[in-house]
Design a protein around this ligand. Structure first.
Ligand code: EPU
Length: 433
């Protein structure tokens, strides 16, 4: 496995362009299976999760072609129900969207239970509840999910989610688009990528209303047609560069963003004394000479995003005073604090609450990327620390950040990628900077 070797102590300066939103793309690609015609999708992030999903679609008979690095055309007209590459499905969380899209398109689905980052138990009971309400028999056995529309087609239903779930909201939307009649999802999640998925589906002929509120109404249509769509910029990628600028005392203009999606992140950064200025073309972040302590709690959108929690954890290690971070979404998203402790951080964790005793200088160490965002947090810690930091298991990071090392180095970071000899022999070089 490759490692990142970071020489710390450099400030980030310059401009960085944000890529398309991962968590929108990983739903929109499976949703393309519903469309009989060519979907041209722009602003696709080049990350391993999207590559995996495109490979799965191709195995189901889709024609996938790259128009440019970030624009693809997917034609699922001749896709057919068949066994999918289950080893690939198992690797990623977003394979659960294939339950909705295969059910909607073929009336049947067989997928693996989803993989993805391990933050403790991550059930999919709300997805299953939704599919059952739409008239599917769903059975989980041997690590697989089997779903079958009782009379070959799904039927609209009123579904109240017991938990606000991004994945369940989007999966039910995908399944309901071609169902007969009207579906209403109540207590729906409201993240920007939910609106993006609705906009994508509507631009292909669907009738989805209310996305972005907690009640989404979907009037089923007979078929979807091809079209063109551009994915929104990635809120979490942008937030990660904002924190990197603040943590290194740098000055970075972040472009291709939607400031509204960053409001929670910007507000918390301002509390740390970081300057955040919004412009038409982007957001300018200037790190202060001394970061101030903060408290934060992660919540569903428009609350503070859980996917920014580890990055802010690093910031609070550097800020003067004691900060408290409460994780409101997952049971076990503080594994990265063990890695920060290796760098000299003082952090106490009790369940979903972590207390950061800040103001200590971090020093380089050999650490591990526990998951995607924790990995990004360790990169920020390495850049802010003195000395050299080596990060292992960086494949997690490459699942969700496009050209992360290249973009950071262009801002003045000093990061090298050390490749595994086995990967080199097999020619599995990802990005070399
Ligand atoms: N939950 C249930 N039952 C369900 C679904 C969710 O109990 O059927 C619980 C989860 O265990 C969690 C909470 O509800 O406690 C919220 O989970 P949600 O379904 O919203 O999360 P997800 O769909 O599994 C997506 C993103 C995550 C992001 C969360 C929250 C994808 C592929 N993943 O996960 O992204 O953290 O929403 O915003 O879209 C990341 O990008 O690093 C990442 C982990």
């Amino acid at each position: 496995m490759e490692q990142y070797i970071i020489r710390g102590g450099t400030r980030l300066y310059g401009e960085v362009e944000i890529s398309g939103a991962k968590n929108a793309a990983v739903a929109i690609i499976p949703a393309a299976l519903l469309v009989q015609g060519v979907c041209r999708i722009e602003n696709i992030p080049q990350i391993s999760d999207t590559d995996t999903l495109l490979t799965i679609l191709a195995e189901l008979g889709a024609k996938v072609s790259y128009v440019s690095k970030s624009t693809i055309e997917i034609d699922c007209t001749h896709a057919s129900y068949q066994d999918a590459p289950y080893d690939l499905m198992r690797k990623i969380r977003a394979s659960y969207y294939l339950i909705g899209s295969m059910l909607g398109r073929f009336g049947s689905a067989k997928t693996t239970m989803p993989g993805g980052c391990n933050f403790g138990v991550r059930p999919i009971d709300q997805h299953i509840k939704g599919m059952r309400a739409l008239g599917a028999e769903v059975d989980v056995r041997g690590g697989f999910v089997y779903a079958e529309a009782r009379d070959g087609r799904l039927h609209g239903a009123r579904i109240y989610l017991d938990k606000v779930s991004v994945g369940a909201t989007m999966n039910i939307m995908i399944a309901a688009v071609l169902a007969e009649g009207r579906t209403v999802i109540e207590n729906a999640a409201r993240e920007p990528h939910i609106v993006d998925l609705a906009n994508f589906l509507n631009s292909m002929g669907a009738d989805v209303r209310g996305a972005g509120t907690d009640t989404i109404k979907i009037n089923g249509v007979e078929s979807l047609h091809g079209g063109s769509y551009s994915i929104i910029p990635d809120q979490i990628e942008a937030g990660t560069y904002m924190v990197a600028a603040a943590a290194t005392g740098g000055e970075v203009l972040i472009t291709n963003i939607i400031p509204k999606h960053l409001e929670g992140i910007s507000a918390k950064l301002r509390e740390t004394g970081t300057s955040v200025e919004e412009y038409v073309e982007g957001i300018l972040v200037k790190g202060p000479s001394e970061l101030r302590r903060i408290n934060l709690k992660t919540m569903p959108y428009p609350g503070f995003p859980t996917d920014m929690q580890p990055q802010f954890g690093v910031l609070t290690c550097l800020a003067k005073g004691t900060s408290v971070i409460t994780e409101g979404i997952y049971d076990n998203r503080f594994k990265y604090v063990n890695e920060l402790r290796k760098m000299g951080a003082e952090i106490q964790v009790d369940g979903r609450v972590a207390v950061f005793e800040g103001g200590r200088r971090l020093t380089g160490a050999l650490v591990h990327a526990c998951d995607l965002r924790a990995g990004a947090a360790m990169v920020i810690a390495g850049m802010a620390a003195s000395g050299e930091t080596q990060i292992e298991d960086v494949n997690y990071i490459e699942r969700g950040y496009e050209r992360f090392v290249e973009k950071l180095n262009a801002l003045g970071a000093d990061i090298r990628v050390r490749y595994d000899e086995e990967d080199m022999r097999q020619g599995r070089l990802l990005s070399s900077f």
